[in-house]
Design a protein around this ligand. Sequence first.
Ligand SMILES: [Zn+2]
Ligand SMILES: [Zn+2]
Length: 379
Amino acid sequence: MSSVITAPNSSTDSAAPPQSRVRATSQRRSVSSRIYLPALSIVAVAVVLLAIGLSSRWGGTSFAASITNLRVVIVGPVTVAILVLFLVIERLRPAQRRSFFARGYRQDVLYTLLNATLVVPLVVALSLSFAEVATKTLPWIVLPRIGFLPRWFVIAFIFVAMDACNWTAHLANHRVRMLWRFHELHHSQEDMSVLTVFRTHPLIHVSYLITLIPGIILVANGAVTTTLLVVYAAVVAFEHSNTNLSFGPLNRIFCSPNYHRIHHRVEGRQDVNLGFALTIWDQLSGRAVFPTKETIRIDTGLPGRPLAVEQSAPRARHFSVLVAQLLGPFRPLDAPPETETDRLAVLSFDNEVRDRTRAGFDTFDSRPMTLNNRGTPRG
Ligand SMILES: [Zn+2]
Ligand SMILES: [Zn+2]
């Protein structure tokens, strides 16, 4: 009010706030036309966590030893042997016939290498930082040693609770658009294989940090062993394999490849069969869809290919697709496909017949591509 009284040029001054608001709004619109701003929140959470972890020297835990442990779980000799065994099984009993050199397989090899090199240190740093924040801010959640609890019971409990947390985070990945933008990369795979388990955005691990909570609560009573984590990782990898296999009555407990394939189907709801190792959470929430003859060979991927995929253009362009996929969560809403790969995908429809003749070796597939880039969670 005082500015209205004292300023001689009051009309200009009183108009200034609306003008600045208009300018701010137009700047915001201009920025959001180039970038999906909510995706930056996950970057911010990661940066804050890493800063806390670094300043607390990772809560006194050896960073190098933790990296070694996680690397053993992800790409240790036992895990690699298990993955090779699964790769053989999926060749012997495939759900869908695919070349050994299918583009999706090649792309997922890149994700495997990315996980083994850059993602492991990132996940270790985030995990140690999250544990430090949780134990410092909520020290009462850590239970004291309970003498009468057998160690095997504690470990089994952590395993089941960890799986429940994974299920909850996975549900959030499907229900919250910002998280879906990171999770859709995992669902973009059209050539499923064991290695699809590695096809995840590095930053999506922020949403799975809640999985550490059961271990933090029960840390004084026993910890999940590396062996158990290898088994857990193997179960999750196997359900992504291109294997035609159900577990019969055990489907009521464990996720099979035929069960998880329904979660990746291109047509129909994808917010079903969210389980990592156990199907019980899906059954309890009415989200379990058990496999039938019709679901075994269903196509996987995202309808309309909102995210760049390696199968969409006459040439695979694995590295440029990788970059486009990793930057995908930050692309603005309603933006037309801008990458060279996407442009080629749109232009390549009339080349379909010619390229399908090569499909025995390659997996070019000119599925219709929409310009819908909204990143709406599938549900
Ligand atoms: Zn999912
Ligand atoms: Zn999956």
